[in-house]
Structures are given as structure tokens and as C-alpha cells.
Design a protein around this ligand. Structure first.
Ligand code: GLP
Length: 239
């Protein structure tokens, strides 16, 4: 594991974006894994800037996202599909992007289809992850056992509460999601984990205490042979 701690969130995003330049130079047809949440937004802005200035070209690359609420219409402003189009996909020239479909009539069939689609594209080269306050990655919530492949999961109250800020008072907030499993995530060739803000300091302390915690899903990511962690001082405050 490589871990970098920067003074500010902006520096984290700028440093992480350099890995995308390097990755695309080495492999223009990279298969990216992308994440939602507020943490990667600054990185997505950096990637858009680099695309607009001609520094990077995504035309041969494609992407898969970690997760999507279920059920969820693609065009709902709180869907992860909408979030990704709004923050990144509409602003760069990726050749294709996929998310698990929150509109699929049969969740189990959609999970199988999604895993087969990732496999058919040769797997994920560079996976981006954020982390939930309870240590979740994607929507793999703390548990005693974890799914290898994509699956339908119930969100914990902590995750529902954390994401409630995005939903209006009259909007129904989903309590389930389709998410890549831990197995799918750690099958990626490289992983970037971003941990920023003082709200993540407590989980960061547990994650880096030298133990693999079965109830911290992000712990399993640290076993990956090529993981780069980017943190700001706020999140690293308790280390
Ligand atoms: C959601 C997503 C995760 C993300 C997490 C943290 O639950 N499913 O992929 O890492 O939120 O979000 P934030 O970056 O807003 O703290």
C-alpha cells in the first residue's frame, strides 16, 4: 500500500488526477471503475479540466461504476447514473460507461449481467473508491460475510442517514442498492482509495491501526497488492 497525506482536499484531487494521466498514457483503452459520493467530485473536476486542456483523452477508455440505488430511475436526480453524467460523463469523451441498472425488473439477473459485462471487457484496470463513515465501500456494509460478485444489498441506517442530505422531504429514499461485491472490487488491477474530511478521521484511525477488521469492509482493500491511498490532513488527524 502507498499512502499519501496532503494538507488540503484540493491537493488530494490534483495528485490523484496525475495517476489518471499516467494510466491513460500507459493504456489508452483503460477500463475505469468509478465511485459516487462527495469525495471524488473534486477529482472529477480535475479530470474534466485535464480533458478540456487536451492533457488527457478518454476516447478509447470506458468505465463501470460501483453501485446504484435499487429501485431507481436513471433520470432521477439522485440516481448515481445521473450523478456520474452530471459530474463527469457529460463533460469528457469516454467511449462507454456502465452502472448496475436500478431500473432492471429482476435485481439478481441484473447483478449477473453486470458482472458478465465487466468480465467481457477484461475486468477493471483502475478502481476508484471512497469510504463510508462505517467503513463501507460501494455499498458493502459492515457484516460477517461478504459477497464476491455484484448483489442486491440493504443499506444500513447509518448509510441511509448519511445520504439523506441529497433527498428532498417529499422524495422516497431507497433503502436498497445494487453494488459490486468485495470480490469484484479487489479483482481490479489497481485501486485508488480517497479518504478526506474530518468526518472520516475516526474510520481512518480504525482502518490504519494495523489490523484487518472484519467489520470494516475497506480493510479488505488494504490487502490488494496495488492500492494507493490519498488522504487530507483532516481525515488523517487521528493517525
Ligand atoms: C456512498 C457510496 C460510496 C461512497 C460513500 C461515501 O454510500 N455508495 O461509494 O464512498 O457514499 O460518500 P462521501 O464521499 O459523500 O462521504
Amino acid at each position: 500500500m502507498k499512502r499519501f497525506i496532503f494538507d488540503t482536499y484540493e491537493e488530494v484531487c490534483s495528485a490523484a488526477s496525475e495517476l489518471y494521466v499516467k494510466q491513460l498514457n500507459e493504456k489508452p483503452d483503460t477500463v475505469f471503475g468509478f465511485a459516487t459520493g462527495s469525495t471524488p467530485v473534486g477529482l472529477y473536476n480535475e479530470l474534466v479540466k485535464k480533458y478540456e486542456s487536451g492533457e488527457i483523452d478518454f476516447s478509447k477508455a470506458r468505465s463501470f461504476n460501483l453501485d446504484e440505488y435499487y429501485p431507481m430511475k436513471k433520470d432521477h436526480p439522485q440516481s448515481y447514473d445521473y450523478f456520474m453524467r452530471d459530474n463527469l460523463f457529460n463533460k469528457i469523451n469516454l467511449s462507454a460507461f456502465s452502472l448496475p441498472s436500478g431500473e432492471a425488473p429482476n435485481a439478481q439477473a441484473e447483478c449477473k449481467r453486470y458482472d458478465a459485462e465487466i468480465e467481457a471487457e477484461g475486468g477493471i484496470d483502475l478502481m476508484l473508491l471512497g469510504i463510508g463513515h462505517n467503513g463501507h465501500i460501494g455499498f458493502n456494509e459492515p457484516s460477517v460475510s461478504y459477497s464476491m460478485g455484484t448483489y442486491l444489498t440493504k443499506l444500513t441506517q447509518s448509510s441511509i442517514d448519511a445520504n439523506s442530505r441529497f433527498f428532498g422531504p417529499d422524495e422516497v429514499q431507497p433503502t436498497e442498492a445494487l453494488t459490486m461485491g468485495i470480490g469484484g472490487i479487489v479483482s481490479s488491477r489497481k485501486i485508488i482509495l480517497m479518504i478526506t474530511g474530518d468526518g472520516k478521521a475516526a474510520i481512518a484511525k480504525k482502518l490504519f491501526d494495523g489490523m484487518i477488521h472484519a467489520d470494516v469492509p475497506a480493510s479488505f482493500v488494504l490487502l490488494h497488492p496495488d492500492v494507493t491511498v490519498f488522504m487530507d490532513k483532516a481525515a488523517a488527524g487521528n493517525l
